[in-house]
Design a protein around this ligand. Structure first.
Ligand code: PHE
Ligand code: ZN
Length: 863
C-alpha cells in the first residue's frame, strides 16, 4: 500500500479524431414524467435499432441508478460501467424501458431537470439529458419524442414540452397531465420541459406560406408587462429569417419560458426555448438600452437556431461552431438591420477584442473546431461563438450576398434533418458559392489571432502606390508552427491633400505569408484605410502617424475604419505613455474635438468613437502589464481630454443630447449614449458640479439607461452623494433581482482604490448568493474584469475570486469554471502579479473534490 494522498483520476480526454458512428440508433422515445420537486419519476421507452458493430446498448447516465430495466417487456440483464447503463441485446431492434428517480430541488448545477423560482425546468445542452434519463446522449442520435407530464395541478398548472400538445386532462387526486409530441427528430440536448404557475403573453405570426403560428412567452404573472419587447423581437426575427435566408418556421407553436436561474443566456430547445430571464424581461424603468438590444439579439439568436442548430444539428460537440458561429453571425446581421449597422459592428468587434483575442493569446487558446476536451461545457467560448461568427462573415464577404445565399440554401437543403459537420458547411459554401476554400479551412484548425503588418509607399510622380502586407500567426498551446490563412481585407486609399477617396474599395485576400498590392492612378500622397468593416478578425500593425490617424478619424468613409483610426490614435498615445515615451495628448484632443463638432455624424457613432479604450485592452497591447501604469495613463488622457475640450463644452454636449421624454428608437438611444459618454468625461476629476449633475441625472431620470449610467459613474467617486444614490437604488429595486444585479455590478466595476474591500463586503450582503448564476456573475464575474480591483498589487483581488470560485464549484461547476480564465492570464502581467495569480491557480487545484470543469481550466492555465 502506498501512503501517497489519494488524488482523483485525471478526467478522460475526448478527441475529435475518435468519432465513430453510433452502434445503436433510437428512432423513437416515449417519456413519462411524474413531476415533483423532491422526487420525480421518469419512465423511458426507447425504440432502438442496430446501426453498426455488434456491441451492447450503452446508455449514458448522470449518477442515477436504474430502478427497473426491461427489454421487449421482460426483465433483462444489465450492468453499470461508471455512469453508463450497459444492456446486452440479441437482435437488431428492441424496445428498452428504464425507470429512474431524480430530485430536481437539489440540482444546484442547473443541468438536467431543476427547480427555479417555483418552476421545474430543464437544461440539456450539452450533456444534461443523461441526468434526466438513461439515454445515448450524443447529438448525432436523432429521436422522435412523445412526452407525458403529470404534476400537481395547483402547484404546476402549466405543463410544456417540445412540439405540439396532443392531449391533457385531470386525474382524480388533484394531479393533471399533458402530452406533447414533437414531429421533428432531435438529439437529447434539445429536449425540454417546463412545469409551473406561469402567465403567458400570447401572439401569433403568419409565415410566408400562410401558416399561423401561435407564439407564447411564459413568465410569472407579475412579469407579464415586461415581455412586449421580446415578443416584438421574436416576430421581427421570424420575418427576417424568411426574407434574408428563406427560412420558415415549422411547428404550429413556438413557446419561450423565462427562468431566474440559468447557466448561460438562453437555450434553443425545439419549439420551447428556455431563457435566462435577463434576456426576456424589459421595460424602460428597469432595463437599459443595452439590455433591450441584448434581448432582441438573444431572442433572434435562439429563434434562428431552429434552422441553424435544430433542423440541422451537430454531429459531435467538436462541431459546436457549426451551429453557434453561424447563428451568432445571423443574429449580428439581424441586429445590424434593425438599428445602426455601423454601431453594431463596432460593438461586436469590441466584444471580440475584449473576450476572444485574450482567449486566443492565452493558455486556453483553442481552434474554432477544437481537437479535444475534458469537459465540453468549457468550450462554449468566445472562440467557438464570436470567432466562429467571424469565419462565417469572412466567407460571406468573399462570396458576396447572392452567392452566400445560394450557398446557405444548399447547406440547409442538403443537411436538413441530419447532424452535420463544419466541413459540411464549408463544402456547401464552396459548391453553392463557386469558390475554393481549401486554404480557408485552416481557420477552423489553427488557434491564435493573425497579425498583419501593412505599409503603404508612394513614389510621387509615378502614380503608383504599393501596399506591402505580411501575416504571422503566433504559436498557441499544442500548435508551435502555423501556416498563413486567407485574410479578406477591405482596403481603400484617401488623399491627404484632397480629403477624397483615391480608388474604389478593394477586397484583397492575403493568402500567403506576404504580398504586394499595387494601386495605379494615385496622384497625391495616399493614406491607408485597411480592414474596413473589420473584414478579417486580425490585428493590423501599420506605421501610420498620429497626424494620419487623426485625418482618417475625420475623413474615412467607412464608419468602422473611422472609429478604428480614432481608437488607434488613442491607443498609440496610451501605450507610449505607459512605456515612458511621447504620449502627447494634443492630437487626441483635437480629433475628439473634431468628431464632436461634426454635424453629419450620428450621435451613437460619436459616443462610440470618443470613448477611451478599456484598461484591459490597453494592457493587451503591452508585453507585460503593470495595471497601475495603465490606469495612470488612461486617467491622464481622460483628464487631458476633459481639460482640452473644456468643462463648459462637455456640459453643453451633455445638455444638447438630453431629451425631455424617453423614447426607444435608435436616434434617442444614440443621444443617450453620447450624453452619458459626456457625463463620464465630466466626472474625470470628480469636480463637485459634475458630481451634482450626475446626482441630478440619477434622481430625475425617466429610464434605467440614464439612471444606471449616473450610478455607475458615481460608484467610482467618494463622498456622501455616492453613498446616497447607491442606498436609494438598492431600496428602490430590492425586490427586482435583475435590477439588483446591476447594483452589485456597478460597485464591482468601481475604480476606487478600496474596491476590493467593498466587493468583499458585498459578498456578505444578505441579497448575495452563489446559487443564482446571474447574481454570482454580477458581483464576482464583473469584479474579475475590473483591472484595478482584481489586479490589486497585494493579491487580495485574486484571493477573493479564487475563494469564491472554490465555493461556487461545489454548487455549480460550469459557472465556477468561467471564473478561471481571468487568473489564467498570469503570463501577461508583471512578475509580482504573475506569481500571485499562479499561486491562486495552485490553491484552486489543491481544493478537494474539484469538478472536472474547473480542473480542466485551472490545470491548462498553469500548464
Ligand atoms: N446553445 C445555447 C445558445 O447559444 C447556449 C447554451 C449552451 C445554453 C449550454 C445552455 C447550455 O444559444
Ligand atoms: Zn447559440
Amino acid at each position: 500500500m502506498s501512503d501517497a494522498p489519494l488524488s482523483p483520476p485525471a478526467p478522460i480526454v475526448v478527441r475529435r479524431e475518435d468519432y465513430r458512428p453510433p452502434e445503436w440508433l433510437v428512432p423513437e422515445v416515449a417519456l413519462d414524467f411524474d413531476l415533483d420537486p423532491a422526487l420525480t419519476r421518469v419512465k423511458a421507452v426507447l425504440a432502438v435499432r442496430r446501426n453498426a458493430g455488434d456491441g451492447p446498448l450503452r446508455l449514458d447516465g448522470g449518477g442515477q441508478q436504474p430502478l427497473a430495466v426491461r427489454v421487449d417487456g421482460a426483465k433483462a440483464e444489465w450492468r453499470m460501467e461508471g455512469d453508463q447503463l450497459v444492456i446486452p441485446l440479441a437482435g437488431e431492434a428492441h424496445s428498452v424501458e428504464t425507470e429512474v428517480e431524480i430530485a430536481p430541488e437539489t440540482n444546484t448545477q442547473l443541468m438536467g431537470l431543476y427547480a427555479s423560482g417555483g418552476l421545474l425546468c430543464t437544461q440539456c445542452e450539452a450533456e444534461g439529458f443523461r441526468r434526466i434519463t438513461f439515454f445515448p446522449d450524443r447529438p448525432d442520435i436523432l429521436v422522435r419524442y412523445q412526452v407525458k407530464l403529470t404534476a400537481d395541478q395547483r402547484q404546476f398548472p402549466v405543463l410544456l414540452s417540445n412540439g405540439d400538445r396532443v392531449g391533457a386532462g385531470m386525474m382524480p387526486d388533484g394531479r393533471h397531465w399533458a402530452e406533447w409530441h414533437d414531429p421533428f427528430p432531435k438529439p437529447g440536448y434539445l429536449f425540454a420541459l417546463v412545469a409551473g404557475d406561469l402567465a403567458v403573453n400570447r401572439d401569433s405570426f403568419t409565415t410566408m406560406s400562410g401558416r399561423v403560428v401561435e407564439l407564447g412567452i411564459w413568465v410569472a404573472e407579475a412579469d407579464l408587462p415586461r415581455t412586449g419587447h421580446a415578443m416584438a423581437a421574436l416576430k421581427a426575427a421570424m420575418a427576417w429569417d424568411e426574407r434574408v435566408y428563406g427560412r420558415e418556421y415549422d411547428l404550429d407553436v413556438f413557446n419561450i419560458v423565462a427562468v431566474a436561474d440559468f447557466n448561460f443566456g438562453a437555450m434553443e430547445n425545439k419549439g420551447l426555448n428556455i431563457f435566462n430571464s435577463r434576456y426576456i424581461l424589459a421595460d424602460p424603468e428597469t432595463a437599459t438600452d443595452a439590455d433591450f438590444d441584448a434581448i432582441a439579439g438573444v431572442v433572434a439568436h435562439e429563434y434562428f437556431h431552429n434552422w441553424s442548430g435544430d433542423r440541422v444539428t451537430c454531429r459531435d460537440w467538436f462541431q459546436l461552431s457549426l451551429k453557434e458561429g453561424f447563428t451568432v453571425y445571423r443574429d449580428q446581421e439581424f441586429s445590424a438591420d434593425m438599428g445602426s449597422a455601423a454601431v453594431k459592428r463596432i460593438e461586436d468587434v469590441r466584444v471580440l477584442r475584449a473576450a476572444q483575442f485574450p482567449e486566443d493569446a492565452g493558455p486556453l487558446a483553442h481552434p474554432v473546431r477544437p481537437e479535444s476536451y475534458m469537459e465540453i461545457a468549457n468550450f462554449y467560448t468566445a472562440t467557438v461563438y464570436n470567432k466562429g461568427a467571424e469565419l462565417i462573415r469572412m466567407m460571406a464577404t468573399m462570396l458576396g450576398p447572392e452567392r452566400f445565399r445560394a450557398a446557405t440554401d444548399l447547406y440547409f437543403a442538403r443537411h436538413d434533418g441530419t447532424a452535420a459537420t463544419c466541413e459540411d458547411f464549408v463544402v456547401a459554401m464552396e459548391e453553392g458559392g463557386g469558390i475554393d476554400l481549401s486554404r480557408f479551412r485552416l481557420w477552423y484548425t489553427q488557434a491564435g489571432t493573425p497579425r498583419v503588418a501593412a505599409s503603404l509607399t508612394h513614389a510621387p510622380g509615378s502614380g503608383k502606390a504599393v501596399l506591402r502586407l505580411a501575416q504571422t500567426l503566433p504559436p498557441t498551446p499544442g500548435q508551435p508552427d502555423k501556416q498563413p490563412q486567407p485574410l479578406p481585407l477591405r482596403v481603400a486609399l484617401f488623399g491627404e491633400a484632397s480629403g477624397a477617396r483615391l480608388c474604389d474599395e478593394r477586397l484583397v485576400v492575403l493568402d500567403e505569408a506576404q504580398a504586394e498590392v499595387v494601386f495605379d492612378g494615385i496622384g497625391e500622397r495616399p493614406l491607408l484605410s485597411i480592414n474596413r468593416g473589420f473584414s478579417a478578425p486580425v490585428i493590423v500593425d501599420t506605421d501610420r502617424s498620429a497626424a494620419e490617424l487623426a485625418f482618417l478619424s475625420a475623413h474615412d468613409d467607412d464608419p468602422f475604419a473611422r472609429y478604428e483610426a480614432m481608437q488607434q490614435l488613442m491607443l498609440d498615445r496610451l501605450v507610449a505613455t505607459v512605456s515612458g515615451g511621447d504620449g502627447d495628448p494634443a492630437p487626441v484632443v483635437a480629433a475628439v474635438r473634431a468628431t464632436i463638432a461634426d454635424p453629419t455624424l450620428d450621435p451613437a457613432f460619436v459616443g462610440e468613437a470618443i470613448v477611451l479604450p478599456s484598461e484591459a485592452f490597453i494592457g493587451d497591447q503591452l508585453a507585460s502589464v503593470d495595471p497601475d501604469a495603465v490606469a495612470r495613463a488612461r486617467d491622464g488622457l481622460r483628464q487631458a481630454i476633459l481639460d482640452g475640450i473644456g468643462h463648459g463644452a462637455w456640459r453643453a454636449l451633455w445638455a444638447a443630447n438630453r431629451d425631455n421624454r424617453y423614447e426607444l428608437d435608435p436616434r434617442a438611444k444614440g443621444r443617450r449614449r453620447l450624453k452619458n459618454v459626456a457625463l463620464g468625461y465630466l466626472l474625470a476629476d470628480e469636480a463637485p458640479d459634475a458630481v451634482a449633475l450626475a446626482a441630478d441625472q440619477y434622481r430625475y431620470a425617466d429610464n434605467m439607461t440614464d439612471r444606471l449610467a449616473a450610478l455607475q459613474l458615481l460608484a467610482s467617486t467618494r463622498g456622501a452623494t455616492r453613498d446616497a444614490v447607491l442606498a436609494d437604488f438598492h431600496d428602490r429595486w430590492a425586490d427586482n433581482g435583475l435590477v439588483l444585479d446591476k447594483w452589485f455590478t456597478a460597485q464591482a466595476l468601481s475604480t476606487r482604490a478600496d474596491v476590493v474591500e467593498l466587493v468583499e463586503a458585498l459578498a456578505r450582503h444578505p441579497a448575495f448568493t452563489l446559487a443564482n448564476p446571474n447574481r454570482a456573475r454580477a458581483l464576482i464575474g464583473a469584479f474579475a474584469t475590473n483591472q484595478r480591483g482584481f489586479h490589486a498589487a497585494d493579491g487580495r483581488g485574486y484571493r477573493f475570486v479564487a475563494d469564491m470560485l472554490i465555493a461556487l464549484d461545489r454548487l455549480n461547476p460550469q459557472t465556477a469554471a468561467r471564473l478561471v480564465p481571468p487568473l489564467g492570464r498570469w503570463r501577461r502581467f508583471e512578475p509580482g502579479r504573475a506569481a500571485l495569480m499562479k499561486a491562486q491557480l495552485e490553491h484552486i487545484l489543491a481544493a478537494p473534490r474539484l469538478s472536472k470543469d474547473v480542473y480542466e481550466q485551472a490545470s491548462k492555465s498553469l500548464g
